[in-house]
Design a protein around this ligand. Structure first.
Ligand code: MRU
Length: 345
C-alpha cells in the first residue's frame, strides 16, 4: 500500500497528490510552514490525512525551535495557529491539534530532546491508529453488503486520504476481499478531480474493478446500472448526523433517496464534531476560483468569469442510511447513536 506521509530522519515526506496519477513524488518538508502549505494546496488532503499531517507538522515545529525555554509556548501557539488556518472544514485537523497540544503540555517539563521525541511518538501513533481504524471501518462496512454489489462513490476517501486503507474505499477494499464487490463507479469530482486522479488510480493499483463517470452521470448510472449502495467519506459529522463531505455528496444523497439506494457515510469517530448541533454550523471552505476556471492548469472558460467554489456540502441526516465507524454502524436516530459511541452524556 502506498504511503501518504512518512518521517525520514529530521524531515517529513509527503506524497504530492497534486502530481498524481502522472507522477509519484514525495515532497520533503523540513519545516511546519512547508507542511501547512502542503495541506492548504491539497498536496495532502482528505480529513484523516490532514489531521495526521498537521500532527507531524507540530512535531517538526518543536524540533526546529532554537529560541529560549520561556519563548516556547508562544512559538507553539503561533505554529498551531498557522496549522489550524490551513483548511476549515475537516474537523480531524482540530482534533489532531488538540491531541498534540495535550502531549506538548504533558511533556512540557521534560528536556527538549524528550519533548520532541514524545511529539514524534504521538504523531506516529496517530498514523498507526488511523490505519487500524480504517481496517475496522472497512470490516464493519462490508457486513452491510450482500451478494456482488455495485458501489458508487465520490471524491477520494481512500488510502490517499488517510494513512492507509481508506474509509469509504476501506469498505470497498473489505467488500472486494470478501468477494462481495462487483464494481465501483467513481465520480470524477470536479473541480480538482480527486475521483478521476486519485480514486481510480488507487483502486486500479489494487486491481479493484472501477468505472470512471463524470459527476453529471450519477443519476443515469444509478438507474441503468442498478447501483446497490453509495458509500462516501466525511469531513465533519455534526451531533445530529448531518455530514459535510466533498461538494457533490449532497446531490448523490438526494439521487440515492430517489432511487431507493442505501447511502452510507464511512468515517472515523475523530470526524464527529459533537459540539455542533447540526450541519448548518459546519464551516464550509471556499477555494480559489481558478480551481473551477481551470482543469490541470488550462483555462476551460473565460478567465474573468465569476465563480462559486465551495469545497464541501452538507448532507442532511435524513438522507443517510448509516454512519460506518470503527465502533460499528450507527443508524438513525444518529444523535443518540453518536453520543453513545462517543460516551457523551
Ligand atoms: O478537499 P479534499 O480532497 O480534502 O476533500 C476530501 C473529502 O471530501 C473526503 O471525502 C473526506 O475528507 C474523507 S477522506 C477519508
Amino acid at each position: 500500500m502506498i504511503a501518504t506521509i512518512r518521517r525520514e530522519n529530521q524531515q517529513v515526506l509527503l506524497l504530492d497528490q497534486n502530481l498524481l496519477p502522472e507522477e509519484v513524488h514525495y515532497q520533503p518538508c523540513q519545516t511546519h510552514e512547508e507542511v501547512a502549505e502542503a495541506i492548504r494546496s491539497l498536496k495532502v488532503r482528505g480529513a484523516p490525512l490532514i489531521g495526521v499531517s498537521a500532527a507531524f507538522g507540530m512535531a517538526l515545529a518543536v524540533q526546529n525551535y532554537n529560541g529560549s525555554e520561556a519563548g516556547l509556548p508562544a512559538y507553539y501557539d503561533e505554529a498551531e495557529r498557522l496549522m489550524a488556518s490551513t483548511r476549515p472544514t475537516a474537523v480531524n485537523l482540530f482534533w489532531a491539534l488538540r491531541r498534540m497540544r495535550s502531549c506538548f503540555q504533558a511533556a512540557a517539563k521534560s528536556s527538549r530532546e524528550q519533548l520532541v521525541s514524545r511529539l514524534w511518538q504521538e504523531a506516529e501513533a496517530m498514523y498507526a491508529e488511523d490505519i487500524e481504524i480504517n481496517t475496522r471501518i472497512g470490516d464493519h462496512g462490508q457486513e452491510l453488503l450482500d451478494g456482488e454489489v455495485r458501489i458508487m462513490t465520490i471524491c477520494n476517501a481512500g488510502a490517499l486520504a488517510t494513512c492507509g486503507y481508506g474509509t469509504a474505499l476501506g469498505v470497498i477494499r473489505s467488500a472486494y476481499r470478501e468477494r462481495k464487490l462487483n464494481r465501483v463507479w467513481a465520480c470524477e469530482t470536479r473541480p480538482v478531480l480527486q475521483g478521476a486522479r486519485l480514486t481510480i488510480w488507487e483502486l486500479m493499483q489494487d486491481k479493484i474493478p472501477v468505472t470512471l463517470i463524470t459527476d453529471n452521470m450519477a443519476a443515469a448510472v444509478m438507474r441503468q446500472e442498478s447501483i446497490d449502495a453509495v458509500v462516501v467519506g466525511a469531513d465533519r459529522i455534526a451531533a445530529n448526523g448531518d455530514t459535510a463531505n466533498k461538494i457533490g455528496t449532497y446531490g448523490l444523497a438526494v439521487l440515492a433517496a430517489h432511487h431507493k439506494i442505501p447511502f452510507y457515510v464511512a468515517a472515523p469517530l475523530s470526524t464527529v464534531d459533537i459540539e455542533l448541533a447540526n450541519g448548518s454550523l459546519i464551516p464550509i471552505e471556499e477555494r480559489d476560483a481558478d480551481e473551477v476556471r481551470m482543469v490541470r492548469g488550462q483555462y476551460i472558460t473565460v478567465a474573468e468569469v465569476e465563480v462559486f467554489n465551495p469545497a464541501f456540502d452538507v448532507t442532511p441526516h435524513e438522507l443517510i442510511t448509516g454512519i460506518i465507524t470503527e465502533a460499528g454502524v450507527i443508524k438513525s436516530p444518529f444523535a443518540s447513536g453518536l453520543r453513545q459511541v462517543l460516551e457523551v452524556k
